[in-house]
Design a protein around this ligand. Structure first.
Ligand code: PLP
Length: 405
């Protein structure tokens, strides 16, 4: 069935026997533990990830409903939900990697992921190589016997870079390298990396999946259940389990995901086009905009350009800073993927873990502005942006003139 139908019919456990009624929405089971009558049944329930519920760090009915729903939307076999996107990323990396292992990752990644990889390299003896993401030969040339994992983002935050998913995922699979794709910015509506050959898809469900800026969460979806079984015990040790209420809020957001993504993409397209023609703007990064370096691959692997638009202002860092403080409808806040439009300055916030050289290598400018385009009316957004751009450009210019003087 189409994803618009599957998103509405979220997974719900059958309750009662034949003929019994059942709740239409997924019940919130806000319980940390589950009571048993039999000691043997309790002991038996501790044996794996799928038995009876024992303790909510190991499994919970509301959380499991979220896991089944996201696994289905991503076309995976099974999933594990986490307390945050970073919980999912750290959980998967810590579960799959050992000292001496080698990881190949895309150069332009979310700053938190970059920080975990740097930490694994500095403190846990994991070797990390970074690649551009558009060159299968570069990846293949770096693979060695201890190469365990390839890490990519479907739409990289904040450059909008889309890696050569088909080429890289096939090359990884052919060499026995486990591939992990962060699909937070595309969501399964725009891309399902497992269909392109990924082994694991990770999400910050804080973003588009939940969609309302009111919950933190993460999900890892596995193409094969065997990999989930390998990862699950480590994640129980890590303890970054999803809280049932957070899972419930995320389930509450999922049925409208396809509708929201359509509006995010339509608004982003309109704003990316208008920004490109604005005299205060020197570059716009949106993967479905002709001229973006990833345009050909983005048209192939994405069903829409996504809701994140980044851009550079003629006035550089000062103008970027002035702009994010001058917008009124769009708000200055760190997250993305919610119904409201947000702006931020990646170099000093989401990507602050990258030094100047790493920022430049990842294609992130000192003045890059990232906009998470919401679902408001695009004309209202444009009026706000246009006014702030004019003010910011004046402010940027005068600040620059002051420095030069
Ligand atoms: N992955 C991407 C692409 C992100 O943008 C973020 C957060 O901004 C994360 C992962 C981390 O997610 P969370 O904040 O839910 O831990």
């Amino acid at each position: 069935m189409d994803i618009r139908t599957r998103a509405v019919h979220v997974s719900n456990e059958p309750s009662g026997g034949a003929g019994a009624s059942r709740p239409l929405s997924v019940p919130l089971v806000q319980s940390s533990a589950f009571a048993f009558d039999s000691a043997d049944a309790l002991a038996e329930a501790m044996s794996g990830p799928d038995g009876q519920y024992v303790y909510s760090r190991r499994g919970n009915p509301t959380v499991r409903a979220l896991e089944r729903t996201v696994a289905d939307l991503e076309g995976g076999a099974a999933a594990i939900a986490f307390a945050s996107g970073m919980g999912a990323i750290s959980g998967v990396l810590l579960a799959l990697l050992k000292p001496g292992d080698h990881v190949i990752a895309q150069r332009c990644l979310y700053g938190g992921t970059y920080a975990v990889l740097s930490d694994l390299a500095a403190r846990y003896g994991v070797d990390v190589d970074l690649v551009a993401g558009d060159d299968v030969e570069e990846f293949a040339g770096l693979v060695r016997p201890r190469t365990r994992l390839l890490f990519l983002e479907t739409i990289a935050n904040p450059t909008g870079q889309v890696p050569d998913l088909d080429g890289l995922l096939a090359a990884a699979r052919g060499r026995g390298v486990v591939s992990v794709v962060d699909n937070s910015l595309a969501s399964p509506v725009l891309c399902r990396p497992i269909e392109h050959g990924a082994d694991v898809v990770v999400h910050s469900s804080t973003k588009y999946l939940a969609g309302h800026s009111d919950v933190l969460g993460g999900v890892a979806v596995f193409a094969e259940d065997g990999l989930r079984r390998e990862v699950w015990p480590r994640t129980v040790e890590l303890g970054a389990a999803a809280d049932p209420f957070a899972a419930w809020l995320t389930l509450r957001g999922l049925p409208t995901l396809p509708l929201r993504m359509r509006q995010h993409c339509a608004n982003a397209e309109l704003l990316a086009g208008r920004l490109s023609g604005h005299p205060a703007v020197t570059a716009v990064h949106w993967p479905w905009l002709a001229g973006h370096p990833s345009y050909p691959v983005a048209r192939k692997v994405l069903a829409g350009g996504g809701g994140m638009v980044s851009f550079e202002l003629a006035g550089g860092r000062a103008a970027g800073r002035a702009f994010i403080e001058r917008v009124r409808l769009a708000q200055l806040a760190l997250s993305l993927g919610g119904v409201e439009t947000l702006v931020t300055h990646p170099a000093s916030t989401s990507h602050r873990e990258l030094d100047a050289a790493a920022l430049a290598a990842a294609g992130i400018g000192a003045g890059t502005v990232r906009m998470s385009v919401g679902i408001e009316h695009a004309d209202d957004l444009w009026a706000d942006i246009d006014r702030a751009l004019c003010d910011a450009n004046v402010a940027g210019q005068s600040e620059r003139w002051a420095i030069e003087a």
